[in-house]
Design a binder for this molecule. Structure first.
Ligand SMILES: [Zn+2]
Length: 317
């Protein structure tokens, strides 16, 4: 086995252990408990977990996803978080080798994982996570680990604030609901600090597409179920117009015009979704999806697959 394979496996193991820790940090952060005390226990029977029932992913598989004492089901969240963190650590190592850059990216990736757990679980983005993300992103460029000048990082923080707040306020003006929470603005500021203002704009663009891809089908099914046919039709119109824009894209029309068209369409989608949400409790609504994970996912695409994304975008346009 080559030394690189060994190091990749080692990165994965570190990722698993940190991932296990992230589960604890996220859940206790949400409930306001201390991170170090008390030790992990089953939420139902309260029995403490042994070291051998606390091994990331493996214990879960071995115990069949149940507590060894009371057979209470253990949430799938635990192994999913552990495995995701491990995969991200390996990806970072394979992309950037054994370096300070990889180490700092590991911190960023784990913060991304934390943000996704709390946002998916409770629709909360904790300030402490996003503040550390902004500082780490800035430090990353202060140490010249990225490809951008430090000024771009500072402008990235500012752009993150401006873009997300403007988008959120368009929401306030049109449907009297913020398009998304303040936490999302802080996430965008952190991504801007890490990737700079140019890549941040691309990240926001990608995240709106990601959000739409997941939200539109879910929303459509719900409209049909609730017999809200008007809303269902308007959704079809929007999707068809997006494709029309793509296929009617003549050589003469500028790229910017085309992008603006698509962004407008996607924003329309977002507002229809928001309008629909206004009357309903968000907790029960499966078509509601937090925006934070979409931002995080878009940032991951840019960190690891920048070239492929550029190729894809040049194909589409
Ligand atoms: Zn138990």
């Amino acid at each position: 086995m080559s030394i690189n394979t060994l190091l990749a496996i080692f990165s994965g193991l570190i990722g698993l252990c940190i991932g296990s820790f992230l589960n604890v940090v996220a859940l206790r952060g949400l409930s306001g408990e201390s991170i170090v005390y008390p030790p992990s226990k089953c939420p139902k029977c309260g029995k403490k977990l042994n070291w051998y029932t606390n091994i990331p992913v493996i214990s879960y598989l071995f115990l069949g996803g149940k507590c060894q004492f009371c057979r209470e089901k253990i949430s799938l969240q635990y192994p999913i978080v552990e495995a995701s963190n491990a995969i991200l650590y390996i990806l970072a190592f394979l992309s950037f080798g054994l370096s300070l850059k990889t180490l700092l990216l590991w911190v960023v990736l784990s913060l991304f994982v934390l943000i996704c757990i709390t946002d998916f679980k409770e629709r909360v983005v904790m300030d402490i996570h996003t503040y550390i993300l902004i500082v780490t992103g800035f430090l990353y460029n202060l140490l010249h680990l990225g490809e951008i000048p430090l000024l771009d990082s500072v402008l990235g923080i500012a752009a993150g604030y401006l873009i997300l707040e403007i988008m959120a306020h368009i929401g306030t003006l049109t449907v009297k609901t913020r398009a998304f929470g303040e936490g999302d603005t802080l996430i965008a500021m952190g991504i801007g600090a890490l990737l700079g203002w140019k890549m941040l704009i691309l990240t926001v663009f990608l995240s709106v597409i990601i959000q739409a891809v997941f939200a539109i089908p879910a929303l459509f099914i719900k409209y049909i179920k609730n017999k809200q046919l008007k809303s269902a039709y308007s959704l079809i119109v929007i999707v068809v117009s997006i494709f029309a824009l793509k296929f009617l894209n003549p050589q003469s029309s500028s790229y910017l015009l085309y992008l603006t068209g698509i962004c407008t369409m996607l924003l329309c989608c977002l507002f229809i979704i928001l309008k629909d949400l206004k009357n309903k409790s968000q907790e029960q609504d499966f078509s509601y999806m937090p925006f934070g994970p979409a931002l995080v996912f878009a940032a991951l695409l840019i960190i690891f697959f920048q070239e492929q994304i550029f190729k894809l975008l040049s194909l589409v346009s």
